[in-house]
Structure formats: structure tokens, C-alpha cells
Design a protein around this ligand. Structure first.
Ligand SMILES: Cc1cc2nc3c(=O)[nH]c(=O)nc-3n(C[C@H](O)[C@H](O)[C@H](O)COP(=O)(O)O)c2cc1C
Length: 314
């Protein structure tokens, strides 16, 4: 079974992924949050950092991109293959109106002909392609014509997050529709969505025993040892976990400090990290509140010390 870390823009950046790999481990494959091609034709520095430095240390990273045109698709295939990647992931799932309005992310799902055209003309096959997608933008019936449009292309894997775009993150993942897809489509299909505990994982596997790849996002951010639990690897003791969490935090903090300038910029990065990181601790609300309201680095470090006085959760 492959367990991959889902991309979460703002949370699973290269700083996080690198620290997780070093201090925790257990994830088989990482995906970058999506890269976009700005009008300038030049990839943003923050996006370059996602794919350039991490590569040297980890060949299990799959870069993800948004593309709504042949040109964008071609740009990313060339860019990633020149960087030496063997795989790339096309995002057909992003539900945010700023993206879907431009017919990208899940905004491209109502246009299967366009998807076909992009693959036909844009994809040269230099590197393997996987596609991460929702069930549709407005309706879950949209996925079937899309699957039909891509069935004849050399697509390595489809990762399904079974919600529609307009749902955002509301409601629950639609296992019935996932089952229908699995039955009707003969390419490799991975599952993503709402797997937060070992019990969730076991229920998923008892319904879909053929799955070979489960992608997990928020579940891992809330419990760093979820991949270990799934794989039956011994979970360290509470004391060891606390030490690993401390190391993880310090690694993240020092990496951000090494390239960001000023307390404000650093706090802007580490505070969102605690939105999920605080879930590892008992008294998580109080822990997060302390971090959130810390106005400067001194107060921040006090809030961090308070957090590490708490017990870590099982
Ligand atoms: C804050 C946030 C940012 C996200 N950013 C991305 C992204 O850049 N690319 C992507 O494919 N999915 C993105 N997602 C979706 C997740 O990868 C994943 O599909 C979704 O959270 C469901 O999986 P989970 O329940 O295991 O977290 C994001 C989700 C959230 C909550």
C-alpha cells in the first residue's frame, strides 16, 4: 500500500515536507501544492522553491500543476522534465472560484473535450502523468464523460477525491460514486478524502480491498503517526513523539528563519502551521489560541513552550 501526503496549499510546502521526512517519516510519496504559470511566463520564486531544492534530497516528490490550456500543460511538462522529475500531477480538483472561473482545477471538469484536446496536443509523454480530480464542478455525473475522454491516453493514475467542486469541503466523500468509477474505469485509481483515523482507513479498505494507493491530507496533519499506524510500524512512545514534534517544529522554524526576513514574515508562516500542529497536543484549543494571539517572536516562543508542556495525544 502506498500512502501519500496530499498537497495542501499553505500547509504542506517544501519546508513542511522536508521536516516531516526528517523527523517523522512513513509517507511514501509527497505532492507539491499546485504550481501556476503567471502571465509573465516566469514561475514564481516561491513555486520554484517547491520543486527545485527538495528534489536533491527526495526522489519521491511529485510536482503538481494547474493548467487550463495546451500551452500551460506543455510548459509544465517541459519544466518538470528538465528538472529531472519522472512524474507530474495535473490538478483537476481545485474548487476555489478564483481558479474554477478560469476553467482550471475542477472548473475544467465540465469540458471533457477540452481535457482531451489538452492531452492530445499538449502531453508528449516525456514524464508519467497522474491526474487528481473531484467528481465534477456542479454535479457528480460530470466525471464519467471526463473518464471517457482520458481513457485512451497514457495516464498513469487517477486520484479521486469524491466530492464536487461546489461542495468545497462540506458533506462527506461519496464512496458510492467512487465504487461506480472503480467498476467502470480500468486504469489505476487512488482514493483521497477524509481518512483521518486507522478506523477510517480500515473501513475504506474493507469496502475497496483492491486499492493500492491512498492519499491523505488533513488526517496526517492532525496525526503525524497515521501512516505508521496504517503500515503497522511501531508508534514511538509519548515521550519520543513529543521529542520528534519538538524537532519538527524547530526544524520548520529554523528553515523559515533562514530565508525569510523579519519576525512578521516568519510568524506569517509558522502560525498557520500550528492550525494543524496543535492537534497533536492535549488542550489543543488553548495551545493554538496562545500561538495565534502571539504578537511577536518572544510571545510566540512562550506559547510554544506552553504547548510542549502539554501531553501529546495517542
Ligand atoms: C487548505 C487546503 C489547501 C489545498 N491545496 C491543494 C492543492 O494545492 N492541490 C490539490 O490537489 N489539492 C489541494 N487541497 C485538497 C487536498 O489535497 C485533499 O484533496 C483534500 O483535503 C481531501 O483530502 P483529506 O481529507 O485527506 O485532507 C487542499 C485542501 C485544503 C484544505
Amino acid at each position: 500500500m502506498k500512502i501519500s501526503l496530499a498537497p495542501l496549499q499553505g500547509y504542506t510546502d517544501w519546508v513542511f515536507r522536508q521536516a516531516y521526512e526528517k523527523c517523522i517519516g512513513g509517507v511514501d510519496e509527497f505532492y507539491t501544492p499546485f504550481l501556476v504559470l503567471p502571465n509573465s511566463g516566469e514561475v514564481r520564486t516561491s513555486h520554484k522553491r517547491e520543486v527545485e531544492p527538495f528534489l536533491e534530497r527526495n526522489n519521491r516528490l511529485v510536482p503538481q500543476f494547474l493548467a487550463g490550456s495546451i500551452e500551460e500543460f506543455q510548459f509544465f511538462e517541459t519544466y518538470f522534465s528538465e528538472l529531472g522529475y519522472k512524474k507530474m500531477n495535473w490538478n483537476l480538483g481545485c474548487p476555489f472560484p478564483m481558479v474554477t472561473r478560469k476553467n482550471k482545477g475542477s472548473g475544467l471538469l465540465p469540458y471533457p473535450e477540452r481535457i482531451k484536446e489538452i492531452l492530445e496536443t499538449g502531453y508528449s509523454g516525456k514524464i508519467d502523468l497522474s491526474i487528481k480530480m473531484r467528481l465534477g464542478l456542479e454535479d457528480k455525473s460530470e466525471i464519467f464523460p471526463v473518464l471517457d475522454a482520458i481513457k485512451d491516453f497514457n495516464v498513469d493514475e487517477i486520484i479521486i477525491h469524491p466530492r464536487i467542486g461546489k461542495q468545497m469541503y462540506k458533506g462527506s466523500a461519496d464512496w458510492d460514486c467512487f465504487e461506480q468509477i472503480q467498476k467502470s474505469f480500468d486504469k489505476t485509481i487512488a482514493f483521497n478524502g477524509d481518512i483521518e483515523t486507522l478506523e477510517d482507513y480500515h473501513s475504506l479498505m474493507s469496502r475497496f480491498p483492491d486499492l493500492k494507493h491512498v492519499m491523505i491530507g488533513r488526517g496526517i496533519l492532525k496525526d503525524y503517526w497515521l501512516p505508521a499506524k496504517i503500515k503497522g510500524i511501531d508508534v514511538p512512545s509519548a515521550n519520543e513523539r513529543k521529542l520528534a514534534l519538538r524537532k519538527m517544529h524547530d526544524e520548520i522554524f529554523s528553515t523559515y528563519s533562514s530565508f525569510l526576513s523579519g519576525d512578521t514574515q516568519i510568524l506569517q508562516k509558522v502560525k498557520p502551521f500550528w492550525e494543524y500542529f496543535s492537534s497533536q497536543f492535549e488542550n489543543e484549543r488553548k495551545v493554538y489560541k496562545g500561538i495565534k494571539k502571539s504578537g511577536g517572536l518572544k510571545k510566540y516562543h512562550e506559547a510554544v513552550s506552553f504547548a510542549f508542556l502539554q501531553n501529546v495525544k495517542e
